[in-house]
Design a protein around this ligand. Structure first.
Ligand code: KG4
Ligand code: ZN
Length: 345
């Protein structure tokens, strides 16, 4: 019998609900983004985010179930992100999941958001003959995390490297702010750096021989270069519009290259050192076209990267992950609570 799982994700600023069958078949995937609400502040405001989740949860749920072609009574499992993330946001999704689970008598599965990002790789009609097998070298690069994990089996992770300061997505967001671009910064940096001549070069923090990252230095180097070129602070900018646009394009391109270079080299180094059979790229930053291209170009191993819309936060990845937890017999009761600092590995 197929297993239909409802996946609820509200860890940050996306109210996202999906229905997935057997951990891989995407039936519906609804994402209510709060970007417009937060962009006026240049970042996510937790209190505003949780209030908006409360408004959006019921309409998003109705849409996700109706788009799936199923009825509520056809659902077999309810899954939800319980950490890591913003406390006030997580609690809205968890309470909704508990209400559905209790009223329909369905099992409840709590999912680690980071593990969910990895399981976005299982969505879609993967050709089983192309499955590289374990271990897999995984890079999770999001707004809050930049982790290198060795996945040795379903639900089995070893954390081998992480950022010592800013997460990659956070660095993209801060760099975009320096360059006067919109929020979230990652897609904006990618957009403006297209066709950049890459005449500038920003430093790379290699962190010695470790698998750790640091992105605060490149952000400061970008700030200094923006000051030197005269585009920062914007009120002191004396360049014409074309020269300003050119400078922004080149600095954005240089920043993107620096971050992409370090992440690609470290992921490949880890894969080699630990005998990985394949690579997984996950998290919002995995939507970055240059990062996808560079890792695919460098890797001698199969590389699995979810479609960009499944890299950023969504409910389908939560349902995909929950399928494997459910199969393993994991159980969560009504006492399940949020864990804003929940680790992985
Ligand atoms: O995984 P995600 O949707 O949310 C968190 O769990 O944090 O990641 C959001 C982050 C943001 O910092 C955003 O700027 C970044 O992912 N991001 C990108 C791109 N799309 C989203 N960074 C670089 N290039 C992109 N195309
Ligand atoms: Zn995320």
């Amino acid at each position: 019998m197929p297993i239909n799982i409802l996946g609820i994700e509200t860890s940050c600023d996306e109210t996202a609900i999906a229905v997935v069958t057997d951990g891989c078949r995407l039936r519906s995937n609804i994402i209510a983004s709060q970007v417009d609400l937060h962009s006026q502040y240049g970042g996510v405001v937790p209190e505003v985010a949780s209030r908006q989740h409360v408004r959006d949860l019921v309409p998003v749920l109705k849409q996700a179930v109706s788009d799936s072609g199923l009825k509520m009574k056809d659902l077999d499992v309810v899954s939800v992100t319980y950490g890591p993330g913003l406390a006030g946001s997580l609690i809205t999704g968890l309470n909704a999941a508990k209400a559905i689970s209790f009223s329909l008598g369905l099992p409840l599965i709590g999912v680690n958001h980071l593990e969910g990002h990895i399981y976005a790789s299982w969505l879609g009609d993967l050709d089983p003959s192309l499955d590289p097998g374990f271990p897999l070298a995984c890079l999770i690069a999001s707004g809050g995390h930049t982790d290198l994990l060795l996945m040795e089996g379903h639900g089995d992770y070893r954390l081998l490297g992480r950022t010592k300061d800013d997460a990659a997505g956070e660095a993209f967001d801060k760099a975009a702010r320096i360059l006067g671009l919109g929020f979230p910064g990652g897609p904006e940096i990618q957009r403006v750096s297209q066709g950049s001549a890459s005449v500038e070069r920003l430093p790379r923090a290699w962190m010695g021989d470790t698998l750790d990252f640091s992105f605060s230095g490149v952000k400061t180097a970008l700030l200094h270069l923006a000051q030197e070129k005269g585009i920062y602070p914007p009120e002191n900018n004396t360049l014409g519009p074309e020269e300003t646009a050119d400078t922004i394009r080149n600095l954005a391109g240089a920043f993107q290259e620096s971050v992409v270079d370090v992440m690609s080299v470290k992921l490949l180094k880890m894969a080699d050192k630990y005998g990985a059979k394949g690579l997984i790229l996950a998290g919002g930053v995995a939507a970055n076209a240059r990062l996808r291209e560079e890792i695919t170009r460098l890797s001698p191993l199969p590389v699995i990267i979810p479609a960009p819309v499944l890299c950023t936060d969504n409910g389908a990845m939560i349902a995909a992950c929950a399928y494997h937890q459910f199969k393993r017999g994991e159980q969560f009761g009504m006492e399940l609570d949020i864990e804003p600092g929940l680790p992985l590995g």
